[in-house]
Ligand binder design. Structure first.
Ligand code: CMP
Length: 139
């Protein structure tokens, strides 16, 4: 089915000027960028976005990392966009990521892992709505 998923290019990737290389991975795989903005998240925005991880031991470090530099927030659209994006990204821990994936090629660590992508249709809808108004998404 035609789906939309939510993507973040994280501070480790914007810092190393990898935005274009990462967007090329999405577009080359048939995903379309239907919304995009570069922002520097506030602590409150990052905490709210990752609220589901609030009790995890890595939560505070994750929030600090996500506000350490600019990020690129995007909505990607395409056939099976959610699963396709997860395939393109590779495993959360770059040590476990398959050859040719973004995290294998670019990630520095499990925390500085270059990209975030929604894991399911419900979270995709929530995450898109957290950062984008409908009028900002142009298919
Ligand atoms: P992301 O898809 O953005 O969702 C939560 C993030 O927490 C995850 O990617 C990782 O970058 C980060 N993280 C840091 N440490 C861990 C860990 N031990 N297990 C899972 N995620 C972690």
């Amino acid at each position: 089915a035609l789906e939309r998923t939510f993507s973040i290019i994280k501070p480790d990737a914007t810092r190393r000027n990898l935005t274009g290389k990462i967007v090329d991975r999405f577009e080359s795989a048939g995903l379309r960028v239907v919304a995009s903005k570069r922002v520097w998240l506030s602590k409150a925005q990052a905490e709210g976005f990752y609220a589901v991880h609030r009790e995890r031991p890595f939560f505070n470090d994750l929030v600090s990392f996500m506000i350490s530099g600019p990020v690129v927030l995007q909505v990607l659209e395409g056939e099976n966009a959610i699963a396709k994006n997860r395939e393109i990204m590779g495993a959360t821990n770059p040590a476990n990521a398959a050859e040719g994936t973004i995290r294998k090629d670019f990630a520095e660590s499990i925390e500085a892992n270059s990209v975030h992508g929604s894991d399911a249709p419900e979270t995709a809808a929530q995450e898109i709505a957290y950062f984008f108004a409908g009028i900002e998404i142009v298919g």
